[in-house]
Ligand binder design. Sequence first.
Ligand SMILES: [Zn+2]
Ligand SMILES: [Zn+2]
Length: 440
Amino acid sequence: MSHDAAAAPAHVPDKPGVPERECPECGAMTPADPRFVVWCAGCGWNADPLPPEPPQGRLQGRRRRTAARYGEQLYAELARSGPGAPRLDASGVAAHVLAWAVHLSTVAVAVAGVLLITTGGAFALQVLLGAVLLLVVVSLRPRLGRLPKDAVTLRRDTAPGLYALLDRIAAESGTRPVDVVVLDASVNAGVTEYGLRRRRLLVLGLPLWHMLGPQQRVALLGHEFGHYANGDQRRGLVVGTALTTLGTWHHVLRPSGQRGRPVVQIIADLIMVPPWLFVLGLLHLLDHFTLRATQRAEYRADLIGARIGSGAAAAECTDELLLAESVDRELRRQAVLARTRTRASDREDAAAGLWGRLADHARDIPARERERLRRVAELRGHSTDSTHPPTHLRRALLLDTARDLPAAVTLDAAGAAAIDAEIAPAARQAARWTLRDLHL
Ligand SMILES: [Zn+2]
Ligand SMILES: [Zn+2]
């Protein structure tokens, strides 16, 4: 494998000698590379040949429209006056009030259960009902999260170089360091906290990590630490746990709707409908109250990433995210190939170079295809994930407000290569498991 993960991605220009065809809309000649979608940069013909399915149901449709409107409003506001300090606005207060009400109702159910049991005495039915309520409380208790099982983890002692970089970035963003790093196969990265002591976990997607050049990696990590520094509501202890509790209620109360169920169950389902709708309403309300704050947190994390890794690197990083779908498809293809290999040594070879091959795949995507993907993101706006502002607006905000920001933390090619050498054994373990277990 000649792949050098530490080199900055060079954007491949269109190959000379690619056949051309005439655009059916405007008549301009457009390159027709058989490996990619043929489209016209002049009039936009066929830029998005397979638009996603329209949203299911009115609620989801409305959520997307609201999210798109918020994203645009926030963009305009932030481009005008900068991100400002994180603050709790009216909807943030409403979200907290609602979340506390959810937690108090869990306490109320627990108290009722205990009272039923202690005063039940000889009434077996009452004691039983109390026990059922306590069981319900056990499944409703606020979940603090835990370290994922069967994850490839990197501890401080095995990856001192990586942790040294993470600590520098944490200090620069004014927040405490992470306790553990988990490696996975996503074209993404993320942070959470878990357990009562709120230990910090950074999830690093190996394909994305290898697609990025050294300084882009710093910008990515700066973005993630930006989420810690922001105190993101949805991840917060009060609101985050209320969302999971409501999710459990929703799951428990949801009518089965099965055909041919017995009459008793139909009646039981009908009784469940009003509380289920009530919980659904609460979920939507909490979602509505936090949506704007979540999007604002995302923009703000971008700007922190720019301050730490430089404005240019942060913008390039959002560009790489547009390649996620293509890289994901390539990962699936690699997994299919690897599973056809019978010799153990062949399978080991497949695992050894996996992340580098995915990075090569991304690097081979020509500038013209990248431009098309950028336009697709713009055309689709929020259609994939409404908690994030659209990628093109994130990129635009970075270019508008942070283009010339210098890096506060720098990483050179040698430093990046040293980190890659450190994490190589764990990355290979993650590759083995991914090729074996990836759901195709
Ligand atoms: Zn055209
Ligand atoms: Zn983010």
